[in-house]
Design a protein around this ligand. Sequence first.
Ligand code: GDP
Length: 445
Amino acid sequence: MFATLSDRLADTFKNLRGKGRLSEADIDATAREIRIALLEADVALPVVKEFTAAIKERARGEEVSQALNPAQQIVKIVNEELVEILGGETRRLRYAKTGPTVIMLAGLQGAGKTTLAAKLALWLKEQGKSPLLVACDLQRPNAVNQLQVNGERVGVPVFAPEPGNGVGNPVAVAQASIEEAKRTLHDVVIVDTAGRLGVDAEMMQQAKDIRAAVNPDEVLFVVDAMIGQDAVNTALAFQEGVGFDGVVLTKLDGDARGGAALSIRSITGKPVMFASAGEKMTDFDLFHPDRMAGRILDMGDMLTLIEQAEKVFDQEQAAKAAEKLAGKGDFTLDDFLQQMQQIRKLGSMSKIMGMLPGMGQFKDALANFDEREIDRIQAIIQSMTPAERDNPKLIDGSRRLRISKGSGTQVSDVNQLVDRFNEAKKMMLQLAKGGGLPGMGPMPG
Ligand code: GDP
């Protein structure tokens, strides 16, 4: 799933590497490539249009972060927009406040409903629930039996009409199952309904009648992700015919291009709640838009890194320091210490740092970064008087000796620190003038 889309997007991002800033033409080209990638993945056209428009607008906008270079900005924006079209937050099941929670499954035959019913039952069991499976697919020969076999596999009982009892009414079965669940203390009822090979009025009516009879807490539309664009049309038909609260995507393990997963939420307005990706009963879980986006971008590490870089690079503090410097030029040793402590935070991610385009040049420095060095700097600065910290020019020979004794270091360490401080001050000055940090591209504003 998503293999081609992932590759395509990766190529797009690669083209942006090394760019200091994005021109209008870069943004257009990027948006065009993303558009093609999505269309090839079988994403519905309105969704593609909306998506690329959002990317363009945001890439042009002022939300640029100092911690990221343009390629990273685009990855970040695409990631966030993917999460958005996939539904944003993970939508969790709503349980009934009183009585058993009723979950009704609807979808075409072959969508994977019966398999899914058992998977869902197992998942619920693992959440500490006591589910009851209900066989209301009385159309397809063997459907009841199949549910019973699956139910047995996951150790969940199945409520079904007595064979040979002449009970052919799925609405009555569904209704009776609720009473049965109450009687036998099952707290979730999963109603499997009949599907057809194509959408038809009779099937819709039956599903609608079942819905009316049992008033489900959740109606889940089950759809085979492999059917591509058709998944969207089927979803719309079911939305009109029966209505549903959430979507379950099945067969995500297949080699489909993934368009259904990306389109369905935007087109129907209903979230994908679960994903089923395999024939094993445990190949099933809540659908997490953020994880799915991460998989599509195939850049788990990069995304973590972007997040961390943004967290670590305390923009407010950097801005304050720059402002101070620009104003009165009073960047002090206390500020310097603060900056070093920021760098320490970076030190912890030195391992993955090298993957950041443009950051490679710092890789060695970070790899050799000695945590104890910061402790030493801290000790030296803390052995200074406030006046010395504010104005390092005061620190003459005898003061250096006193400071080195107080901090348990050598005079040469104190000298080195003062030199470093002066260098940092120069760099800060450059920053304040808008020169930007080396390798980070120009600063905005
Ligand atoms: P139903 O007609 O909607 O009840 O569909 P079934 O549950 O009978 O599933 C139809 C076929 O799809 C069966 O052969 C299942 O084993 C298969 N299937 C269901 N879910 C998945 C899945 O997530 N991945 C794969 N690869 N096959 C699945």
